[in-house]
Design a protein. Structure first.
Length: 255
């Protein structure tokens, strides 16, 4: 039997390969778990298995090609080092979900044809704190970055996403509480740069350079924005909802 022009390994050959990987390399790739990396073949299982293996065996994960996925890639461990070139997500939900802590996740291009982009999720057993998320491009049909905190706070996460585009959602969206986080270098195209519906969050170094309706849209509790900058092409620097007006908290308008 052949697969992608190559002979499939037996179970024993696969075990020997992974033992060799443990001894000889510091990282694993999705291809080691069956990925094709051509952008057309569904590599969801291989990408997820590489991440799971990296978590269990303290290995970095490196993906050098374009990987098509059809269900959410879950990053629930801690201290993971993940760098993937491109992910083309064809599912309806979230392309990537991060619920662990102290992870470094770098994706060059995350393209979501139908669904949402990145979910930052705090659960009863995970804190989702001190993660660093780096992307060059993020394209999503729905919300590009969403937060699910279960009435708790996400703390000290850093987002460095150079360009965000959402067809029908927000660049950053939060229906729940958010903690102290850092947002850098986001050039966005969407309805709202930041949409906050139940806030009590602190947002540092938030830079928005975008063609959006509202730079910051708030309809929930108080939030603090420090050092944010928004380009003048935004129709409204801050949408004042329910009396909130964070535009006097260190924000500037880029000329």
């Amino acid at each position: 039997m052949s697969y992608n022009g190559k002979k499939l390994m037996t179970v024993e050959e696969g075990r020997i390969l992974l033992e060799t990987v443990d001894k000889k390399t510091t990282y694993v790739t999705p291809e080691m778990f069956g990925a094709v990396g051509d952008g057309n073949t569904d590599d969801t299982t291989a990408v997820q298995n590489a991440i799971n293996y990296g978590e269990t065996n303290s290995k970095a994960v490196r993906g050098f090609n374009e990987y098509k996925t059809t269900s959410t890639i879950v990053i629930s461990g801690n201290y993971l080092d993940i760098k993937i070139a491109d992910i083309h997500y064809m599912g309806e939900g979230y392309a990537v979900s991060v619920s662990g802590s102290y992870n470094s996740v770098a994706i060059n291009v995350l393209y979501c044809s139908n669904g949402k982009g990145l979910l930052m999720k705090r659960t009863s057993s995970t804190n989702c704190r001190a993660n660093r998320i780096t992307m060059n491009r993020l394209y999503a049909k729905g919300h590009a970055v969403d937060f699910e905190t279960n009435n708790n706070f996400l703390l000290y996460n850093t987002f460095d996403i150079r360009y965000i585009k959402s067809d029908t959602g927000d660049c950053y969206h939060c229906d729940d509480y958010v903690g102290e986080n850092v947002f850098m270098n986001s050039s966005c195209s969407c309805e709202n740069g930041w949409a906050i519906y139940k806030a009590n969050g602190r947002f540092y170094n938030f830079t928005l350079e975008a063609d959006v309706l509202n730079g910051i849209y708030i309809s929930g509790d108080s939030s603090i924005f420090t050092g944010f900058r928004i380009r003048e092409m935004v129709d409204k620097l801050v949408a004042r909802i329910n009396g909130h007006s964070p535009d006097d908290q260190g924000g500037t308008l880029i000329k």
